[in-house]
Structure formats: C-alpha cells, structure tokens
Design a protein around this ligand. Sequence first.
Ligand code: ZN
Length: 170
Amino acid sequence: MSYSLRGPAAAKTGDWRDVVRKGFDSFDAQVGTTSADKSESCEAKIWYRQKRKWTHITGATGHGAGHAEMHALSQFITNICSNKVSKFRALQDEVENKSGVRVECESKPCCVYCSAILGLLGITPKDKDTKKSPDRMGSTQWGMTSSLRSFVSDVSDYPEAILAMIDGRV
Ligand SMILES: [Zn+2]
C-alpha cells in the first residue's frame, strides 16, 4: 500500500494513539498492576498448536526486538508462519474463537504497546496470569522488526506508516 504520513500529511500523527487504544482494548487480558520490580528482563512465550499439541516459542527482552513479547512474536511470525497471514489464520482457527495463538507473560503485565499489537492480531492471553498494563513499562526501547510491522499491517489493515509511529515513543 502506498501511504505516507511524511510532510504536510503529518497532521495525522494523532492516529497512532487511536490504533494503540483500539489494540489495547481488544487484547482480552485483565489489567494488572505494575510491580515495584524494576527488572527489565522478562520472558514471553507465544503458544500455538502443532500436530494437535500445544507448543511455544520463547522471546526475551533486548534481543533486537525490544520487549520479550515482540521478540517472541517476530520469531513466531517469521519462523512458524513464514510471514504468511493465511498460515497465522489457520493456527488461530485451530482452537474455537480463533484463540489458537496465545501469549504467556507472567513475570509482569504486557506493556501498553505490546498489548496493542497482540490485540490487533487477535492473540489472546494464555490464562489469567498474563495481564496487560496501560503503562509503557521501563526504559527498554520498544519496537517491531520491519517484517513484523508489515505483518501487523496486513492483518489489521492499518497502514505501516501509522504503525511505525508507535515505535520510539517510549
Ligand atoms: Zn512491551
């Protein structure tokens, strides 16, 4: 899609906040309180079904993809889904209500941006111990790899240019 917000059209910069709000609201996790634990390190897992069994891919903070959730998600999208929306949809449909792709992050709530992206993709929390927070959480740079951003754009129909505005706002 050719779409640019550079130049005069930059008046649309407000849009990325609406995208974050919509994604955050649609991520079906309870809002958790941020613990006093200042530790930046965190592990997150993306769960999916393979050969009728649940399996997962693990991400960690600070591995070139910012937050652990985005690290796990980018590996999942690239290695498991081959960057194909159809493959992702098929995995979601493995379980009723399209919840065949789930996220587990129990050490602390998913930050507002991770929650938003997970929500836009329709990824659900593995269980009640995975929560979301309206906070940005810590100083670790938040970001998506370009292939993940492109994938989220394909699934959510939001232009990449708007999704790119979420990056670097921490
Ligand atoms: Zn996060």
